[in-house]
Design a protein. Structure first.
Length: 95
């Protein structure tokens, strides 16, 4: 699941994000500039990255995102809702 937040401190467990760390589903929170605001442990495992190393980075620096993904994210922002895709295929830059 990828969701967006317009605010947040970018720390590992801001008060509003602590519950996300308990989920088995990978969750990535992005701000309006598509910068990573939070990764839960399931997302860290899935992406083989540490949240500490990627917080504040643009999603495109961490994942190869194609035009279909960009379209879905734009629509998500326009409609102020979350985005979930269980069949989303992504790669890592340089791999």
């Amino acid at each position: 699941m990828i969701s967006r937040r317009s605010s947040g401190s970018g720390k590992r467990n801001p008060s509003g994000f602590a519950g996300l760390d308990l989920l088995a589903t990978a969750v990535i929170l992005l701000d309006r500039d598509l910068r990573i605001k939070h990764l839960n442990p399931a997302a860290e495992n899935l992406l083989a990255v540490s949240a500490r190393n990627v917080l504040g980075h643009a999603i495109g620096e961490v994942l190869m995102v194609g035009p279909a993904f960009k379209t879905m994210i734009d629509q998500t922002f326009a409609e102020s809702r979350g985005f979930m895709d269980q069949d989303l295929v992504m790669g890592r830059p340089g791999q």
